[in-house]
Write a protein that binds this ligand. Sequence first.
Ligand code: ATP
Ligand code: MG
Length: 344
Amino acid sequence: MFNKDIGIDLGTANTLIYVKNKGVVLNEPSVVAIDSTTNEVLAVGNEAKEMLGRTPANISAIKPMCDGAIADYAVAEAMLRYFISKAYPKNPFTPKPRIVICVPSGITPVEKRAVIEAATNAGAREKHIYVIEEPMAAALGADLKIYEPTGNMVVDIGGGTSEVAVISLGGIVSSRSVRTGGDQFDRNIIDFVRSEYKIEIGEVTAEEIKKNVGCAYYDMNTEVKEITVKGRDLITGLPKTLTINSRQVQHAIFDSIDIIVDNIKRTVEDTPPELAAVIMEIGIYLTGGGALLEGLDALISKRTGMPVHIANNPLECVINGVGKIIDDVDVSNKLTPSDKKTLA
Ligand SMILES: Nc1ncnc2c1ncn2[C@@H]1O[C@H](COP(=O)(O)OP(=O)(O)OP(=O)(O)O)[C@@H](O)[C@H]1O
Ligand SMILES: [Mg+2]
C-alpha cells in the first residue's frame, strides 16, 4: 500500500531523503545558490555549499533553514522541490508521493505549518503529509526499543537544534528542545577568532576548525590538536593565516555546550522517578552530527553521571528512523495525517 512513499529529514545543515524499497537516496547540505538580480536558483545542495563564502556580488548562497525551522520560505520550497525531483524522478505515470517529514519537537505550530505547506507545494500528494517529531525518528533510527515499557533517552544534536527526549511505550514522556547546535558552535568559533586574533573567518572555515580540532572535554589523555586556516585581517583587510588549537575551541564553544548539557539534566529531572532510574542505568544515546564532536560523550557522562553512547551513523539516525516508519505497514495507525484545514 505504501509504494510511493518518501521520507524527508529537512535539517538545518543537511537534507536527507529516503525512498521506500530503496533506502537513503539523497544526502546533501541544505544550501541554495541564488542569482540575486534575477532570483533564479543556480545550484542546490553539494554544489551550492561549495559556493558558500566565495560567491561574486550577484550570487548569494543561502541556507533556508535556521535553528530547525524555515527561515526563507521561497528558497526552502525551491530546495525541497529540487531534492524531491532528484530523489523521486517523475514520469507521466508516477503518482505524487506520500511524504513523511520530520520536524523538531520544539517547533511552533506556525513553523510546522510552513514545513507542511512547503512539502505540499514541492510535490507531495495533497493531504498525504505525515509529520513526526525528530527525537522519535532519531530514537527509532538508533535502534532503541521505543515501543517497550523501558526508558530510552535520546539526545539529537543537529546543526540548528538540540533535542532531548525520554521515550517509552512509543510516546515521548518528557522532552526539551533548544535552538543551539553545531551551527552555533561555528558562530562561537567565528566570534572567538574575531576577538582574539582580529581576523574574520567564514562559516565553512569555522566548521572545518570544529570538525578537525573541536573538543568538548579534556582529561590528561586528550591530545591537543591544532589547525592552520586562512581568514581576513580586520585591520588591513588582507588575507592572513592563523593557527588555533583544540583548547581554544573548547573555550569558544563552552557556553553553547553548557546549554545543551543543562537541558539534558532538566529533562531527566522532568522524568518520572521509576523511568529516570532505568535511564540512569541504560544511559543516553547521542544522535545528529553534533554527536561526532570529540569528547562530547565524555563531557555529558561526567556532568550527568550517566553512561553515554554514540549511536551508529549519527548523521543518518533521523532518516533511518523515518525509513523504518515508511517500511512499517502500520504506519498510518502510528501517525496522524496533517489536516488540510489547518493549512489555511
Ligand atoms: N565530525 C564532526 N564533529 C563535530 N561536528 C560535526 C561533525 N560532523 C558534522 N558535524 C556538525 O553536525 C551538524 C549537522 O548535523 P545534522 O546533519 O544532524 O544536522 P541537521 O539535521 O541538518 O540539523 P537540525 O536537526 O538541527 O535541523 C553541523 O553543525 C556539522 O558541522
Ligand atoms: Mg536533524
